[in-house]
Design a protein around this ligand. Structure first.
Ligand code: ASP
Length: 588
């Protein structure tokens, strides 16, 4: 037997008991006559104590233990004279009588504590050591619980968990596919699913009624902190539902998950349509933990001789509460930040509504104090506030102002961890026109239905009319992150065919790529709709963290590499021959 208790279990009530613990040596402290060892496992840390006077040989043995040695220790639980209130086991310690080294360890390349000194690449290479850190382990405790609660809720709502294949054919959902060469069908390739979209729809045609899967998806995209080439979705689909039922069901799931993992009761989710979100926040995933809603000033700002504003399609700004004390240096720096190519603003106009009620701005030359006061009034600004204004082409300017709004919130500390503001965003455009390729793209994916009242416009050949079609789609947004999205689907073969043609597929291409789906729609497809949540991201956002990597046990780095197993890698010539593959590039 390796242990009677784990390293997080012992309390005052165990005093006097003989126990056996096993775990890793986190740290040893040697005080001559006394040696202390912190013993760690997934459940916590317990202090072991060795006394020279009791057993000199044992104490010598303890002194030689290195960090991350795996040991077993048997001894008596006793009260600590020097209690540690920050640790669940901090009231007790184990007076060790017997020690066994189960496995020694090399000196780890970084410290395995909540705050580590290891850089990203090193921690990824030694991921098993990084995962030993308690703060990281807690993420996986959370993730496991979230998956379990997801299954509970969905199963209580008649969803069946059904697996769909990984070796499939391209699903055009905007990203690049990972492909897998077929040995038995040389020269042909499978694609790894970007999502099980078409399969879950076919499951509805097959009468499964309600489906879900916690499933890996694969997208060959350039990586950022919140993206990974393989990630997990809670993927769901329901038959015989309208949008309202889908929204209720998954608002319910989200509330259930908050309640049963964090103990938080979320209020009903507000809803906002896409146009409104863009107008008020310049984003289809606004962070509602703070205000700083956009206020438009075009009418007030034009016609006063300031050429930049006069030439602009839109003058729009935000009011940063209590920030009028911003120095010249700070506004200059903010202007430079906005001018970076990632944002691309031409400049920034500010108005300081000083605490004494006077106004000072970067455009005093063109506007009288009364003009500026009128602006402040429109913003509902108070003395002490700072107005920040941008101008230019409407859509671009709103996007830039969204970045500024988020940056100001960061600087002002308004993105509070533990504060959760969910939101449904509805009525996205169905089609997005791309000037470069001169064609429409599906904003969500090609299987999304238009709103019933906009469906007749699908027959139009007028580009503007087509642009105005709204999708029967919805995103669930939490604290400025899109944590899920879905839609009511097209279930009519001819409408699906029409949508493919609007997306630039020839009839032959549509048949070749999606003949199976179009075919299925000819055999009694029920009305259906669904949603997918980004599971890794949901974990991160619920824990107030921005990177999904810490919630993925074995993530890839920014070059898409697994640093631990060193993948991707070249394959043997014999494997290449079997697959009939020729590689043009020598990997470095
Ligand atoms: N398959 C979609 C996605 O991966 C979600 C959905 O429409 O259900 O975004």
């Amino acid at each position: 037997m390796y242990r009677t208790h784990n390293c997080g279990a012992l309390r005052m009530e165990h005093i006097g008991q003989e126990v056996k613990l096993s775990g890793w040596v986190q740290i040893g402290r040697d005080f001559g006559g006394l040696t202390f060892i912190d013993l760690r496992d997934r459940y916590g840390v317990t202090q072991l104590v060795f006394n020279m006077e009791d057993d000199a040989a044992l104490c010598e043995q303890a002194r030689k233990l290195g960090r991350e040695f795996v040991i077993s220790a048997t001894g008596l639980v006793r009260e600590r004279s020097n209690k540690n209130p920050n640790r669940a086991t901090g009231d007790i310690e184990i007076q060790v009588k017997q020690l066994e080294i189960l496995n020694p360890s090399k000196v780890p390349p970084f410290t395995i504590e909540d705050d580590t000194d290891g850089g990203d690449d090193l921690r990824m290479k030694y991921r098993y050591l990084d995962l030993r850190r308690n703060s990281v382990q807690q993420n996986f405790v959370f993730r496991s619980k979230l998956a379990l609660e997801t299954r509970k809720y969905l199963s209580d709502h008649q969803f069946l968990e059904i697996e769909t294949p990984f070796l499939i054919k391209t699903t055009p959902e905007g990203a690049r596919d990972f492909v897998v060469p077929s040995r038995m069908n040389q020269g042909q390739f499978y694609a790894l699913p970007q999502s099980p979209q078409t399969f879950k729809q076919i499951l509805m045609v097959a009468g499964m009624d309600r489906y879900f899967q916690i499933v890996k998806c694969f997208r060959d995209e350039d990586l950022r902190a919140d993206r990974q080439p393989e990630f997990t979705q809670i993927d769901c689909e329901m038959a015989f539902v309208d949008r309202e039922t889908v929204l209720q069901t998954f608002e319910g799931l989200t509330k259930h998950l908050f309640k049963h993992t964090l103990g938080i009761d979320l209020p009903d989710f507000p809803r906002m349509n896409y146009d409104e979100a863009m107008r008020r926040y310049g984003s289809d995933k606004p962070d509602l933990r703070f205000d700083m809603e956009f206020v438009e000033l075009t009418d007030l700002a034009q016609g006063k001789g300031f050429p930049v504003f006069d030439a602009a399609e839109l003058v729009v700004g935000i009011c940063a509460e209590g920030q009028a004390a911003y120095s010249r240096k700070q506004t200059d720096e903010l202007t430079e930040w906005l001018k970076r190519p990632q944002i691309g603003a031409k400049g920034l106009v500010y108005v300081k509504y000083e605490a004494d009620g006077s106004v000072k701005s970067s455009v005093d030359k063109f506007y009288s104090p009364d003009d500026l006061k009128a602006w402040c009034e429109r913003f509902g600004a108070k003395p002490g506030d700072l107005l920040l204004l941008l101008c230019g082409e409407a859509e671009k300017t709103r996007k830039q102002l969204n970045e500024l709004r988020l940056e100001m919130a960061r600087r002002m500390g308004l993105m509070k961890a533990g504060d959760f503001k969910p939101l449904w965003v509805l009525d996205f455009p169905l089609l997005e026109w791309d000037d470069d390729s001169q064609r429409f793209y599906a904003m969500h994916h090609p299987f999304t239905a238009p709103l019933p009242e906009d469906a007749p416009k699908m027959a139009s050949s007028d580009r503007n009319e087509l642009k105005s079609i709204r999708a029967n789609a919805y995103d669930i947004v939490l604290n400025g992150s899109e944590i899920g999205g879905g839609s009511i689907r097209i279930h009519d073969r001819d409408l699906q065919f029409r949508n493919f043609s609007l997306l630039g597929f020839t009839d032959e291409e549509a048949e070749a790529k999606f003949g199976f789906l179009l075919g299925a729609f000819e055999f009694g497809a029920p009305p259906h709709g669904g949603i997918a949540f980004g599971f890794d991201r949901l974990c991160a956002v619920m824990n107030g963290q921005s990177s999904i990597r810490d919630f993925i046990a074995f993530p890839k780095n920014n070059q898409g590499r697994d640093m631990m197993i060193d993948a991707p890698s070249a394959i043997d010539q014999s494997q290449m021959d079997e697959l009939a593959l020729v590689v043009k590039v020598k990997p470095n």
